[in-house]
Design a binder for this molecule. Structure first.
Ligand code: ADP
Ligand code: MG
Length: 242
């Protein structure tokens, strides 16, 4: 089943043409890694899917419905960025529950529901012991978990991860691979993960998409792309050491 479909997507920044006519289909509950050269539009694409950036043309469908006109808060998405953008004046629990307290959700979540969600997401990310720490008291890896927890608190069906582990050291980055896959399975999300690390993309994804010059250079199961690159660009990009 298809979860997300982009049809004829167009996006420019002034004279800079990022996407001319991009089509992309993402299967329900798949783990998709998005790779491509720096500046090719990976973050822009994520922001367009999230509803944080408007496309100039084309359609964005979630479950067959056009969500192009909906803002981020009205799309069923959670997003975690490489800079965690946590609120330093709130403790961990405050950061986790923040998305549930937005004025638009007033009355939607009871106190008990909010407490239950904070507990379950903290358990999932193994940060239950940190709930009353301030952000400044956390390590980079812990902050990254809080940021992920915050993006999951509304239980979104679509999880967008833009270089979520870039700022972590190599050992933690490696450990987070299986963590992210576990979270994806437990939450049953459709996950799109941007990474500049080809090894990470090959190891983690069900479906790999290589972007280049505003289009898709090649996509498919990671091992197929690795063993059967259709262009010398693909071969070079995936063959490069990370
Ligand atoms: P990537 O994430 O693949 O590195 P981005 O999506 O961040 O690439 O950016 C794609 C291109 O668009 C880059 O050249 C970037 O400088 C440009 N760009 C991104 N956001 C804006 C913006 N808000 N205004 C103008 N140019 C932008
Ligand atoms: Mg980027």
């Amino acid at each position: 089943m298809t979860k997300i479909k982009l049809k004829g997507l167009q996006k420019s920044f002034g004279a800079l043409n990022i996407f001319k006519d991009l089509d992309l289909t993402i299967e329900d509950q798949s783990y998709v890694c998005l790779i491509g050269p720096s500046g090719c539009g990976k973050s822009t694409l994520m922001r367009i899917i999230a509803g944080l950036e408007e496309a100039d043309g084309g359609q964005i469908l979630f479950d067959g419905e056009d969500v192009s006109a909906l803002g981020c808060a009205d799309r069923d998405v959670g997003m975690a960025f490489q800079n965690y953008a946590l609120y330093p004046h709130l403790d961990v629990a405050g950061n986790l529950k923040f998305p549930l307290l937005a004025p638009r959700h007033r009355g939607l979540y009871s106190k008990k529901e909010i407490a239950d969600r904070v507990d379950s997401v903290a358990e999932l990310l193994e940060i239950s012991h940190l709930l009353h720490r301030t952000i400044g008291q956390l390590s980079g890896g812990q902050q990254q978990r809080v940021s992920l927890g915050r993006s999951l608190i509304r239980r979104p069906k679509v999880l967008l991860l833009d270089e979520p582990v870039t700022h972590l050291d190599a050992r933690l980055r490696y450990a987070m691979r299986s963590e992210l896959r576990r979270i994806h399975e437990v939450m049953g999300t459709t996950t799109i993960h941007v990474t500049h690390d080809q090894q990470e993309a090959l190891a983690m994804s069900d479906h790999l998409v290589l972007l280049r010059d505003g289009g898709i250079e090649q996509q498919g199961p990671p091992m197929e792309i690795y063993t059967e690159p259709q262009t010398s660009f693909t071969a070079g990009f995936l063959g490069d050491p990370p």
